[in-house]
Ligand binder design. Structure first.
Ligand SMILES: NC(=O)c1ccc[n+]([C@@H]2O[C@H](COP(=O)([O-])OP(=O)(O)OC[C@H]3O[C@@H](n4cnc5c(N)ncnc54)[C@H](OP(=O)(O)O)[C@@H]3O)[C@@H](O)[C@H]2O)c1
Length: 332
């Protein structure tokens, strides 16, 4: 299969390359695409150098599948052009997520919504994916009324310039102005732009995408998103109000048997999820599971995942695997 990777030189794009290799996705020809600044560069895939192409060059090769991670404006412009030549697009940006004509998919949760007609498919926001991986089994079993989420998000979520800026600041230099304030030895209660309601766009993604993925807009979600000087993954504190009583042991067992989730919860042994150890892993880790003593039918937990993997590249490749299994990648 000819596969175009738009944003191949970025953090998500390079993670995609690793995951395509790891999972043995059947790529016969890789068509890496990046911005004009990357013209002439090569990237490594399966021990071979591949020349970075322009989007027009890649489209000229008629790929069956394109994985996009090059930002919203690139997706808005180029995804319809790839779709117009019959190429399926799986897009990591926020461009199409809330478009009612596009599916927003986490395969473990709502993979069944995909049909043969879906040409542009949206990958949810990284912080949403890891949250709904925990909410979904709880909602199915107990019903969820309300979620209060506070995030502690890795600089890798902003892309490679942010990682470089953090290291530069650590070395005593100003670092490129990716954020409005220094990030090293600091944290910023500010991810993406502020809206008129006082919430950031990142916070509203958690609110809106959750209802769409879980197929239930009655779940109330309120969010505070924070950027922290951390690599490896995003962390989230969740306070979840259920509609019914729950038994703590049963709830833990339910999470432990949910595909893609790992319960890591032994406080006596200092065992709980941390971004340093979630890095490079595909699973979503959940721990610090405990009853909220201040409110009935409510629990607290702590959720960590590698935002570049399950929060982006792994989820996109899982969607691609589903399309492949259905025989919807023409020529596959
Ligand atoms: N980082 C995460 O955890 C995460 C999670 C979920 C979703 N996402 C989304 O994924 C996208 C990429 O994120 P990232 O962290 O990988 O960013 P990044 O490290 O800054 O990489 C951006 C990529 O886009 C390419 N690009 C920029 N302008 C382009 C253009 N006009 N045409 C073609 N390619 C272009 C860049 O190429 P050059 O190298 O040539 O500049 C680079 O390959 C964003 O939409 C982001 O919101 C990121």
């Amino acid at each position: 299969m000819k596969l175009a990777l738009v944003g191949a030189t970025g953090l998500v794009g390079s993670t995609m390359l690793t995951i395509l290799e790891e999972r043995g996705f059947p790529v016969t020809e890789l068509l890496p695409v990046a911005s004009e600044q990357s013209a002439g560069k090569t990237i490594r895939f399966r021990n071979e150098d591949c020349r970075v192409l322009t989007a027009a060059e890649a489209m000229g090769q008629k790929p069956q599948l394109a994985l996009f991670s090059a930002g919203g404006s690139v997706s808005l412009e180029l995804a319809p052009q790839f779709a117009a030549i019959g190429c399926r697009v799986i897009d990591n940006s926020s461009a199409w997520r809330m478009d009612p004509t596009k599916k927003l998919v986490v395969p473990e949760i709502n993979g069944e919504v995909l049909t043969a007609d879906d040409l542009i498919i949206a990958n949810p926001n990284c912080s949403t994916i890891q949250m709904v991986m925990v909410l979904h089994p709880l909602h199915q079993r107990y019903g969820i009324k309300r979620v209060v989420v506070s995030t502690y998000q890795s600089v890798t979520g902003t892309g490679q310039k942010a990682v470089a800026a953090m290291y530069a600041q650590r070395a005593g230099q100003p670092g490129e102005g990716v954020y409005p304030h220094p990030i090293d030895l600091n944290l910023l209660p500010h991810i993406d732009v502020f809206g008129d309601n006082g919430y950031t766009k990142e916070e509203m993604k958690l609110v809106q995408e959750t209802g769409k993925i879980m197929g239930d807009n009655h779940i109330r979600v309120t969010a505070t998103t924070v950027r922290v000087p951390v690599l490896g993954g995003h962390s989230e504190s969740l306070n979840i109000e259920l509609t019914t009583e729950f038994d703590e042991a049963e709830l833990r067992a339910l999470l432990a048997q949910s595909p893609g989730l790992v319960v890591q919860d032994n406080p006596q042994a200092n065992a709980y999820p941390m971004p340093l150890y979630a890095a490079g892993k595909d699973e979503v880790f959940v721990g610090r599971i405990r009853r909220d003593a201040s409110q009935l039918n409510t629990l607290n937990c702590w959720v960590v995942a590698d935002n570049l993997r399950k929060g982006a590249a792994t989820n996109a490749v899982q969607i691609a695997e589903q399309l492949l299994a259905k025989g919807w990648l023409s020529g596959s």
